[in-house]
Design a protein around this ligand. Structure first.
Ligand SMILES: *[C@@H]1O[C@H](CO)[C@@H](O)[C@H](O)[C@H]1NC(C)=O
Ligand SMILES: *[C@@H]1O[C@H](CO)[C@@H](O)[C@H](O)[C@H]1NC(C)=O
Ligand SMILES: *[C@@H]1O[C@H](CO)[C@@H](O)[C@H](O)[C@H]1NC(C)=O
Length: 249
């Protein structure tokens, strides 16, 4: 009995030394084509997670997020090598390789944003944001936590011609719509980006561009102070991110 008690103490101590609290992330590519997801860490031990990888259609990838952690996750699409130089038509991080190594994505890219708590006593915050534009539909689902909301932008805004706002469309060389800019990324104005004199919730209001996109994606953040669609989950959760949740774009 004494030996058993000793083992239990050792196992418990190891748990506390190495941390018994971890947030699991599952990324699924439900799109009919491959994508190259990317991550950018704000705070936390970002070195522990992959900064970019290829995900085949229907493929999944799992990893643990460090606690605490904040950062963003997006998918690059329409990627190819030109010689040794890896580039993508949407969401490119300009690293020239599949790993982004800390670089952010070039708009337009639908972003998943997380602030993951340090302990299960604190709240996680998560959202889907099209403040930097849209390239693919995505959803964020807390696993087995129906009490926590689902953040998503399910509608393919490209097919919807960016809410019939042609000035937001991003087209490839063949004139196919490959993404939608936000009002901010299209015009870079303070009132649309909530910068300069518009740098507060009192002065920066939704624009016709963000309101039109909000009608199509009402559970996504469409302008910088769109906090009603910032979701929270307390008690510790694991999350599933699905690109193209409907199985098509
Ligand atoms: C890689 O391609 C991008 C986009 O075409 C270009 O801007 C960049 O200069 C290239 N980098 C190198 C090292 O060739
Ligand atoms: C996270 O929680 C651990 C254990 O309670 C604590 O030692 C550490 O200081 C906390 N870190 C932050 C950044 O709050
Ligand atoms: C444009 O169309 C041509 C012919 O259909 C095709 O071969 C090419 O891959 C297309 N380019 C892009 C960027 O989609």
């Amino acid at each position: 009995m004494k030996a058993n008690y000793f083992s239990v103490v050792v196992i418990f101590s190891l748990f506390f030394i190495y941390g018994c609290y971890a947030t699991k992330l599952l990324i699924k590519n439900n799109c009919p084509h491959k994508i190259w997801p990317a991550t950018q860490s704000g705070t936390g031990e970002g070195a522990a997670i992959p900064t970019g990888f290829r995900l085949a259609s229907r493929g999944t990838k799992k990893f643990n997020l460090p606690n605490p952690w904040s950062g963003r996750i997006w998918a690059r699409h329409l990627c190819s090598y030109s010689g040794q130089n890896f580039t993508c038509l949407t969401g490119d991080c300009r690293s020239g390789s599949i790993e982004c190594d800390g670089a952010g994505g070039t708009p337009p890219a639908t972003l998943v944003q997380f602030t993951i708590a340090n302990t299960s006593d604190e709240k996680d915050f998560y959202s889907v944001s099209i403040v930097d534009g849209f390239n693919l539909p995505v959803s964020v689902t807390p696993i087995n936590r129906p009490d926590c909301g689902i953040a998503d932008c399910l509608v393919n805004l490209k097919d919807a011609h960016c809410g019939n706002q042609v000035e937001l469309e991003v087209r490839d060389q063949n004139e196919t719509v490959i993404g939608c800019k936000s009002g901010c990324s299209a015009f870079n104005r303070d009132d649309l980006c909530c910068t300069g004199a518009y740098n507060s919730p009192q002065t920066c209001k939704p624009s016709i561009y963000s309101l039109t996109l909000k009608k199509l994606c009402d559970k996504a953040i469409t302008y910088p102070y769109d906090d009603e669609t910032l979701f929270t989950c307390s008690g510790g959760a694991n999350y599933k991110i699905t690109f193209c949740p409907w199985g098509q774009e």
